[in-house]
Design a protein around this ligand. Structure first.
Ligand code: KIV
Length: 309
């Protein structure tokens, strides 16, 4: 079993010149895939709003949504630091209310840290979070929660003035006590300057190769989301297409009678209840619970092992 990682992986990796690999996760399945794929840390991003919940952008995501998805990720016990996004509206309030929201992400969601979009103007709430012992990851550059102000999903920090301002934001976030900063959608040369200037690790997305680490959205990396396809995404698989093909075959099989076949059916000959598990999986622990007798209805609750009703 791999040694569990905690937030110290950020500091140690920057010190040792090792790249930090991050991926978003929104539930048990994505968290375990990311862990098995050897990432260093997980972000429960508010991108959940777009790739899972069907919103057009991240603005409608609520603290309830984030707690729900964060808890699903941490229940998988990934053995990795899990950082939860503070959704829009949850930290644009008083520092006290911000801390109450973040505490929910830690207590109910099991997060080890939170991420807050914005630089200098977030000073008071970041200070309050840190005073409540909640580590904070900053996020500068293209901050999707500001799309109305920014006028859309556009590259940020182009030109000397804008670049200097962003560098200043990064230095501010380091000085105030953030343990790391996401740098999104900025010219690679600016991301390099920022990464050289600050001592905390920068995690890039659309920010070139010189950040201390990289992050991608789970669904983008796997080709599971067709909505927006930013230039900075590299697709490592086309699982969406494969999934459609698999479901199409299932539909055909049901309509033609090819599924379920004999090997998927139970006989009524057995005096003893058969296992609902296939022979191969029987010996292996699975995520599903064993069938249990429902006292009230007198049948086995997880999948039919005998007669129902
Ligand atoms: O919400 C998210 O997934 C993010 C990452 C893309 C950095 O903020």
């Amino acid at each position: 079993m791999k040694k569990p990682k905690n937030l110290r992986v950020f500091t140690k990796s920057k010190r040792d010149g090792r790249k930090i690999v991050m991926l978003t996760a929104y539930d048990l399945t994505s968290a375990l895939i990311a862990r098995e794929g050897s990432v260093d840390a997980l972000l429960v991003g508010d991108s959940v709003g777009m790739v899972v919940l069907g919103h057009e952008n991240t603005l409608p995501v609520t603290i309830e949504d984030m707690v729900h998805h964060c808890a699903a990720v941490t229940r998988s016990r990934p053995g990795l630091p899990v950082i939860a996004d503070m959704p829009y509206g949850s930290f644009h309030v008083s520092p006290g209310e911000t801390v109450r929201h973040a505490i929910r992400l830690v207590k109910e969601g099991g997060a080890s840290a939170v991420k807050v979009e914005g630089g200098r103007r977030r000073g008071p709430v970041i200070e309050a979070l840190l005073a409540a012992e909640i580590p904070v990851m900053g996020h500068i550059g293209l901050t999707p929660q500001s799309i109305h102000k920014l006028g859309g999903f556009k590259v940020q920090g182009r030109g000397h003035g804008a670049a200097d301002l962003m560098l200043d934001e990064a230095v501010f976030l380091e000085e105030i006590g953030c343990f790391s900063i996401v740098v999104e959608c900025v010219p690679a040369s600016l991301a390099r300057r920022i990464s050289e200037q600050v001592n905390i690790p920068t995690i890039g997305i659309g920010a070139g190769p010189d950040c201390d680490g990289q992050i991608l959205v789970f669904h983008d990396l796997l080709g599971l989301f067709e909505g927006i396809r930013p230039k900075f995404v590299k697709r490592y698989a086309e699982l969406g297409q494969q999934a459609v093909e698999a479901v199409r075959r299932y539909s055909e099989d049901v309509r033609s009678g090819a599924f379920p076949a004999a090997e998927h059916c139970f006989s009524d000959e057995n005096a003893h209840p058969e296992s609902t598990l296939s022979n191969t999986s029987e010996a292996e622990p699975t995520h599903s619970s064993p069938p249990e007798l429902d006292e009230e209805h007198g049948y086995l609750t997880s999948c039919d092992n005998g007669e129902q009703g």
